[in-house]
Design a protein around this ligand. Sequence first.
Ligand code: PLP
Length: 396
Amino acid sequence: MSTKAPANSQYLMNTYSRSNLVFDRGEGSWLIDSNGDRYLDFVAGIAVNCLGHSNPAIAETICNQSRQLMHISNLYFNTNQMALARKLAESAGLDQVFFCNSGTEANEAAIKLSRKYGGLSGNPSKNIILHMKDSFHGRTLGALSITGQEKYQECFRPLIGGTAQVDFNNIASLTAAMNDDICAVFIEPIQGESGVTPATVEFLSAARSLCEKYDALLIFDEVQCGMGRTGSLFAFEQFGVKPDAVTLAKGLGGGFPIGAVVANTKAGGAFVPSDHGSTFGGNPLACTVALTVLDQLENHSVISEVPVKNAYIIKRLNELKEKTPLISDIRGMGLILGIEFTSGAKEIIASCLDKKLLLISAGSNVIRLVPALTISLEELKLGLDILEEAISEPTT
Ligand SMILES: Cc1ncc(COP(=O)(O)O)c(C=O)c1O
């Protein structure tokens, strides 16, 4: 890999620590760099490319739909937007959808929905949103304000008010914070960015009961863990706890930008015209792509094969854990998995990059595995062989 920054990179704002790799082409679980070298991709655009790169069904949908209709604004109806809303609502066992373009926007919409819901209760103080320590909900100011990680917030204060933090998976902490002024509780069923930490069933069940008791909305952020990644379309199905609203993005468009809030009528019904909106949100192109993604996930054995792939990875990782004291924990579900190291995760990621395996970290010492859901067992074997080799290398 080149140590020289690529031409024109100085024109990009310095918001990411990027490697110097330049990718202009991808195929399935592989990215091909500007030298023609092939990299096995266990990152999938950070849990986005659920069907891999250059998926033929997505490509065909984009070609066909772009020739028919791309954008009309939300001043008019569109058949495929309504079809996608129906599909998401019915699959979630919820009722209504708001479309936007990203995860942070989905959470912004859910934040505003929560405030509106609180306001309609007649209690003028019902505007406090509870969020979890170590959560990640996005970079815009509202979503950042309910992100429980100081490192992302410190340069951007003042954040929005009316938020409070509780300890993730700590029922006592949540119970102590609940009262009639709480309008919503935001939870990632699996905290992705901070280290791939699943909620416990007990915690989510307690959150459900407490939200009923205090008439607050329970909102699950499934931007990262949703869309089949856990082995069911929605992660909450794995826990048996249904939220009032769930936020989605990433995998929903399989690489095409789209976000959504799927809500029950109790929550979604709070919005009336002009409360919220998005010029691009739910445009015919994005919605048609998402319909294709859902069809592929559900009708082409993509989600149903997640448990087999999970079982293979877990078996390999457990064997690896037996061999090395460096691995302290293996956690997650389906194809959103975290390997916690006692130290050296960054160095292992760098060594894997040299060996042409792309990996991403989560939190401080965790390697996050979020490959395309379409990755094959052979590709998983190859990637895990590389990871094993990198782990067994002596550190200097
Ligand atoms: C759980 C969760 N919520 C929200 C976001 C923000 O999504 P986006 O980057 O599309 O705005 C992310 C991004 O990583 C996420 O993991």
